[in-house]
Design a protein around this ligand. Structure first.
Ligand code: ADP
Ligand code: MG
Length: 254
């Protein structure tokens, strides 16, 4: 930090004061310019405060990761991006950047079982947590069951409100389990609640043309698809199963 200018120090100190909510310190620092204007002093103070900022953001990421219920092993380091066609890799880079969350855009990943949908979406989501954003991962079926229980206890609005606090919601494997009318209703309510208010990431083995199997009647199906695709990025992972590929590689070595 030796060659850092006093202007740069002041800027970074100001950042630290704001990030750490040190309002009183910030004020007295501004008003007692002469007392605190020594460059060495400012530089030492900056080093300590930046350590605290780093510590706090590390703790925040830890908290967010735990609350997300994401399978942590499915991250970007363990994902082989070279398996994706170039177009998909580019889309992945853009998604990792995270602006889709600011725009409340959805991400829909389609593909056969084992094609890497869950892993890819979880990896993108974990990267968002490292940027300080809140994420909640759930198997679609389990979440629907939880919401249904809440509904039966007249607590559906409370449960939906809790979910609305997350900036990104992942519904893994929509349509994997056949659902009854009540279950479809809560799933639809959840999607309607989040529409244009927060991003949803969805994985599905079923293409849109088969979503009537999920929502049963054509009207509800059209309404659900309409809301999801209004602002969305589609990832078509029509790749051979990664599991099958790995198993074949193993067999080839025997
Ligand atoms: P899907 O959700 O499409 O059924 P998964 O994401 O669960 O598939 O992937 C199946 C298995 O293969 C998981 O263990 C996952 O970690 C692994 N896998 C899939 N694609 C990749 C990849 N590109 N790089 C590393 N592992 C992968
Ligand atoms: Mg999956």
């Amino acid at each position: 930090m030796t060659s850092i200018s006093i202007k740069e120090i002041d800027k970074r100190l100001d950042n630290c004061f704001k990030t750490l909510n040190l309002n009183g310190m910030n004020e007295s620092f501004q008003s007692n310019e002469t007392e605190f204007s020594n460059k060495d002093f400012k530089q030492s103070l900056l080093s300590i405060l930046e350590l605290e900022v780093e510590y706090k953001s590390g703790k925040k990421v830890e908290r967010l990761l735990k609350a997300s219920r994401l399978p942590l092993i499915k991250n970007i380091e363990t994902f082989d991006l070279t398996r994706l066609p170039l177009k998909l890799r580019r889309k992945t880079d853009v998604l990792i950047d995270g602006a889709f969350i600011d725009r409340c855009e959805n991400v829909l990943a389609f593909g056969k079982p084992g094609s890497g949908k869950t892993h890819l979406l979880c990896a993108i989501a974990q990267e968002q947590i490292h940027k300080g954003r809140s994420v909640y991962y759930a198997s679609c079926n389990l979440l629907v069951q939880e919401l249904l229980m809440a509904k039966r206890q007249f607590e559906l609005p409370k449960a939906l409100k809790k979910l609305s606090k997350y900036e990104l919601l992942i519904l893994d494997d929509i349509g994997y389990v056949q659902q009854n009318r009540e279950e479809i209703e809560v799933l639809f309510t959840l999607l309607a609640e989040r529409y244009e208010r927060g991003s949803v990431m969805i994985t599905s083995n079923l293409p849109f043309s088969k979503w009537e199997q999920i929502f049963k009647d054509p009207m509800t199906t059209a309404a659900a698809i309409d809301r999801l695709v209004h602002h969305c990025v589609i990832l078509d992972l029509n790749l051979p199963s990664y599991r099958t590929l790995k198993a074949k590689e193993k067999l080839a070595h025997i």
